[in-house]
Design a protein around this ligand. Structure first.
Ligand SMILES: [Zn+2]
Length: 124
């Protein structure tokens, strides 16, 4: 891969990271605000209907799951950036073959080539 291509992927990764960080901050910020209200002993919520409470919990759990999925992607992005520095970027972590540039353009933090990714998914 040429230096120029690496720079391009680096830029993609940074952009993606910024986007995700903003999302995660948004999600966890919302969740934190909700919990603080409860922790502060605000009992006005007591009159809430049980169903409302359940849906509140559900929504919070959903946000947290979403945030943790995005955190995982953030980790992958950091690792991909590290691989760019180590000049091993674009190689499949399993078989060591080059990951196609088309795939990297779509998923710049991809760790596996398509055949390995397929195998991985079959295992699940
Ligand atoms: Zn592979």
């Amino acid at each position: 891969m040429t230096k120029r291509e690496l720079e391009k992927f680096k830029k993609l990764l940074f952009e993606k990271r910024e986007e995700l960080t903003a999302n995660v901050n948004h999600i966890t910020g919302d969740t934190r605000r909700q919990s603080q209200k409860e922790a502060s002993g605000d009992l006005s919520g007591y009159s809430l209907h049980m169903a409302d409470m359940a849906s509140d919990n559900f929504e919070r759990e959903f946000s947290l799951n979403l945030a943790s999925g995005e955190c995982e992607t953030l980790l992958k992005i950091d690792e991909a950036l590290k691989r760019i520095d180590e000049k091993s970027y674009g190689k499949c972590l399993t078989c060591g073959k080059k990951v196609s540039k088309r795939r990297l353009s779509a998923v710049p933090y991809a760790e596996l080539c398509i055949p390995c990714k397929r195998k991985e998914e079959e295992k699940k």
